[in-house]
Design a protein around this ligand. Structure first.
Ligand code: CA
Length: 226
């Protein structure tokens, strides 16, 4: 699972793509903008793209064809279609082409961002099991060495973010953006508090609180399998 997903934004109208691109970056995604269909296909088939936001009416190659080509390539990238044509037939055709969801124009930014999050979440694995810790994301359950532990919502999200990238450092900024929706570090102290609770719960009877989550000074944290 990619934590900081790259969103490919294929939209030819800068009045839409520019503010939308900024909003996506504020949400913590990295954004690749494609102003036409050919560029969109190119980026989708060569880059490490987590999700495509695809305008139906694109120059050169239209959104439907872009979607068909992505699907024909066998790449399993979620596609969120944007369309100003609001009649049902176009929606169905859009979904027939292999889009996972659609939003009608004009859209509310909050709704679009919620759809983006939902599509990316759908792609996340249901069960992650590393080093004796088993996380069932659907059931929101965590077992440590076979025993269920009770985690509060933020502790669960924190662990999910770390386990999704086990063995790698996850920066404080990334954690704050993902768990607290705050890339601005305002909740940095809150993060430390929750991290300390989470560590205590993961440690169980052991006094070694850093056994599973290592602090990487000045950078962030790393979930270790050992
Ligand atoms: Ca357009």
């Amino acid at each position: 699972m990619v934590l900081v997903a790259t969103v490919l934004l294929a939209e030819d109208d800068p009045a839409i793509s520019e503010p939308l691109s900024r909003a996506l970056e504020r949400e913590g995604y990295s954004v690749i903008a494609a102003p036409d269909g050919a560029a969109a296909v190119d980026a989708a088939l060569t880059g490490d793209i987590g999700l495509v936001i695809l305008d139906l009416g694109l120059p050169q190659v239209d959104g439907l064809e872009v979607c068909r080509r992505i699907r024909a390539s066998g790449r399993d990238i979620p596609v969120l279609m944007l369309t100003a044509r609001t009649d049902e037939v176009d929606f169905v055709v859009g979904l027939d082409a292999g889009a996972d969801d659609y939003v009608g124009k004009p859209f509310r930014l909050a709704e679009l961002l919620a759809r983006v999050r939902a599509l990316l979440r759908r792609r996340a694995p249901e069960v992650i099991e590393i080093g004796g810790v088993r996380m069932e994301t659907g059931a929101r359950r965590v077992m440590v060495d076979g025993e269920e532990i009770g985690l509060a919502n933020k502790e669960f999200e924190l662990l999910r973010v770390l386990m999704a990238r086990a063995g790698q450092v996850v920066t404080r900024e990334e954690i704050l953006a993902e768990v607290w929706n705050d890339p601005g570090m305002k909740t940095s102290k809150t993060l430390d508090m929750h991290m300390s609770w989470l560590r205590r719960k993961l440690a169980g009877d052991s006094s070694d609180l850093d056994r599973r989550i290592a602090t990487v000074r000045g950078v962030g944290f790393r979930f270790d399998a050992g």
